[in-house]
Design a protein around this ligand. Structure first.
Ligand code: BGC
Length: 256
């Protein structure tokens, strides 16, 4: 990745809000307060692109005609969304990268939200300069994952959906599952123990990073886990998607 003097706009599209801010890639910090606009009720690609256009307009003085990065709660394979859980189903099969680039009139890079968060933590946060395999996990509405080996992202791992005891793991161990089932941290931690032990047996990583809003309360559940792999809370919290999206845009722009 090359760093740019001009900030790059990072945008994070979530189920309830679309958030964006310009990012200084030397420090991984926001150069202005982030703007948050509610996600449209009918969250089609076109409706979301209209909101993203408002965010771009708000920061155009800072970002010039540079590329922008957008984090999405879905895998993004060569610009296309093959499946989506928490936005409108009409995203499926759409080359959203092309759609956004055309709508916004500028080079736009789409990236999975957990991949974005993982890149942000590896470049600037809890996994900075950590050698070997880092697995980022975001515990939120779903479970997002990112695999990053010596700083290189292997995109679109969907390991929140691994099957454990016949169930999609995120339906049992996400922060959403904790909230829906009113689980205490102790009971939730038992599910997390099973999830992370399974991940450990498949990947033998060097580090787990735990993000998502609930990671603010990490001292209530991380100490209850008994793993071989070190497991640490994320540091960028609700900025990780924005910062990582900007990193992805800058990296893609630097490609020959
Ligand atoms: C999606 C992932 C996403 C994660 C967190 C999962 O349901 O399949 O692509 O990263 O939620 O938003």
């Amino acid at each position: 990745m090359t760093s740019a003097a001009q900030p790059i706009l990072g945008i994070d599209i979530g189920g309830s809000g679309i958030k964006g801010a310009p990012v200084d890639l030397d420090s991984g910090t926001l150069t202005a307060d982030r703007l948050r606009i509610p996600t449209p009720k009918k969250s089609t690609p076109k409706a979301c692109a209209d909101v993203v256009a408002q965010v771009v307009d708000a920061f155009v003085d800072q970002i010039g005609d540079g590329p922008i990065g957008i984090a999405l709660p879905a895998p993004v394979v060569h610009g296309t969304v093959p499946m989506i859980a928490n936005l409108h189903s009409s995203w499926v099969g759409v080359n959203a990268e092309e759609l956004f680039s055309e709508r916004l009139g500028r080079h736009t890079v789409l990236v999975n939200d957990a991949d974005a968060a993982g890149l942000a933590e590896v470049y600037y946060g809890a996994a900075k300069d950590h050698p070997g395999l880092v697995i980022m996990t975001t515990l939120g509405t779903g479970i997002g994952t990112a695999l990053i080996m010596d700083g290189v992202l292997v995109p679109n791992s969907e390991l929140g959906h691994i099957e454990i005891d016949g169930k999609d793991a995120e339906t049992k161990a996400s922060a959403n599952a904790k909230a829906i089932e009113h689980l205490s941290y102790k009971r939730w931690a038992k599910r997390l123990q099973k999830y992370y032990t399974t991940m450990e047996r498949y990947f033998w990583p060097d580090l787990f990073v735990v993000g998502g809003g609930v990671s603010k309360c990490h001292e209530k559940f991380l100490p209850l886990l008994d793993l071989n792999t070190p497991i640490v809370p994320a540091q960028l919290l609700n900025q990780a998607g924005i910062v990582g999206a900007a990193v992805a845009a800058a990296s893609a722009d630097a490609r020959p």
